[in-house]
Write a protein that binds this ligand. Structure first.
Ligand code: ARG
Length: 259
């Protein structure tokens, strides 16, 4: 009897403690989160992925860049952008080199084992780019005999390697490099996110995006698992930016809705 009472009071104390703690971290501003460099929000990205991130002149541009700028503003931080290989972003965030990764990055269960993801802020589709005169008309025409170009470490790479086998896949550092190889006939198609696919096709003659969906996905910001306070702060900033229409107007600026 006595024992079970004691257990109960310990449990109650634990519950109380947890709810008090939760109350603390709920306090929004106040800078309770840590960043790599004080006063700064260091974002790792791979800026060859229009309209999400790309370089124009000496400026970083794109949907992710602008949303990140608004998040930084809300958190009272200066945004710093590090342009790195896509497949080094998660490791860099995990090891505390960068505060966050924002790169049209798809949420996957496997990545969730290494990092936390914010609420999603956009949807993506893995699409297929082919030369205008290609015999490939839909995803059903892909096989292990197709020579498929992908950006290394992306979901396009992961899914296509799974579906068609390593031998079918050629990996490139950037989507731009993959598209370059397609224009020179080195590969048969490129599997990459739909909006960048459209941007690459607009910038390169003789290519088209197939009207077929390979995979549908969601984009989010990744943050180190041990920085939950930053995750909370970013989520609350994102929530505000979504509900006040900022995210929509940034997306509309780069991907105008037709009509
Ligand atoms: N959505 C894909 C992924 O997460 C591709 C992202 C590539 N992003 C970039 N900035 N290059 O794997």
């Amino acid at each position: 009897m006595k024992n079970s009472k004691r257990i109960l009071s310990v449990v109650l104390a634990a519950i109380l403690g947890v709810s008090l703690l939760a109350g603390c971290s709920g306090s929004k501003s106040g800078g309770s989160f840590k960043t790599v460099q004080s006063g700064k929000l260091v974002m790792a990205t791979n800026a060859a992925f229009p309209p999400y991130e790309y370089v124009e002149g000496s400026d970083y541009m794109g949907i992710d860049v602008e949303i990140a700028g608004e998040i930084a503003k809300k958190l009272g931080l200066e945004l710093v952008i590090e342009d790195v290989d896509f497949d080094s972003i998660i490791a860099g965030v995990q090891s505390g080199k960068y505060d966050m990764g924002m790169a049209g990055m798809t949420v996957t269960d496997e990545r969730k084992q290494s990092v936390n993801f914010s609420e999603t802020y956009a949807n993506g589709i893995q699409a297929i780019i082919v030369p205008e005169d290609s015999a490939i008309a839909s995803v059903d025409d892909l096989s292990s005999d197709t020579s498929i170009g992908v950006q290394q470490g992306t979901t396009g790479d992961i899914y296509a390697s799974d579906d068609y086998g390593e031998d079918a896949i050629t990996r490139f550092k950037t989507g731009t490099d993959a598209v370059q190889a397609l224009t020179t006939g080195k590969i048969d198609c490129v599997i990459i996110d739909n909006e960048p696919a459209k941007a690459y096709v607009a910038a390169n003659e003789g290519l088209k995006v197939l009207d077929t969906t390979y995979v549908e996905e969601e984009y989010a910001i990744c943050i180190a698992k041990d920085n939950e306070k930053l995750l909370d702060a970013i989520n609350s900033a994102l929530k505000d930016l979504k509900s006040d229409g900022t995210v929509d107007s940034i997306v509309e600026k780069y991907i105008p809705t037709e009509g």
